[in-house]
Design a binder for this molecule. Structure first.
Ligand SMILES: [Zn+2]
Length: 190
């Protein structure tokens, strides 16, 4: 960390704030909360595809993806709370958008829109949350999370937690949603 950067640990746990998350419409839990103590600086662990950890994405066959092209692959997650969750990866092992050529970045913009449209083709989906963290794997992956119409509490930042809180989407519904997205992706290729 550069010398001039603000390190929140300098402030100490007593200065940590507790925003009134329990009053937020999107907060998934009831009851009081208090912030955890910040741990001392610790080594950054290798992510998938770093150091001696093999890259899971590079090792997966196309058969594990619901749609593939020359440069991109789309994988649906197993059924969870939200009706559909997927990740989009380039075939090339790159860590972030910074590592892609301008031509691939232009393709990436088109792909983000194509996948968003495909997920919106599922009945009852109001919005698609598109996220990129890159904390667990060193192979660039974009998250797409389907937020159902009317489920206002699932809007925005806590959607990923709600995905684990909501009852699991029935297998039949989930399979139909995956098929809808795969068909929309195939149709948009032409
Ligand atoms: Zn990789």
């Amino acid at each position: 960390m550069p010398e001039h950067a603000h390190d929140p640990r300098d402030a100490g746990t007593s200065e940590l704030r507790t925003p009134p998350v329990q009053d937020w419409d999107s907060w998934p839990f009831a009851g009081d909360v208090e912030p955890k103590a910040l741990r001392d600086p610790e080594p950054e662990p290798n992510r998938d595809g770093e150091g001696d950890r093999p890259c899971e994405a590079c090792g997966k066959p196309d058969a594990e993806y619901i749609w593939t092209s020359a440069h991109w692959r789309l994988q649906a997650f197993p059924a969870s709370g939200l009706p559909f969750v997927a990740i989009l990866e380039p075939r090339a092992h790159v860590d972030g958008p910074r590592d892609l050529s301008d031509a691939m970045l232009a393709e990436m913009g088109v792909m983000l829109a194509r996948v968003e449209r495909a997920v919106l083709s599922i009945d009852g989906i109001e919005r698609v949350h598109i996220l990129r963290y890159g904390e667990g794997a060193a192979h660039l992956h974009w998250w797409f999370m389907a937020r159902p119409t009317g489920l206002r509490q699932v809007a925005s930042g806590f959607a990923m937690i709600w995905d684990d809180v909501l009852p699991t989407t029935p297998q039949e519904t989930w399979r139909a949603n995956v098929a809808t997205v795969a068909a929309a992706m195939a149709a948009s290729s032409h």
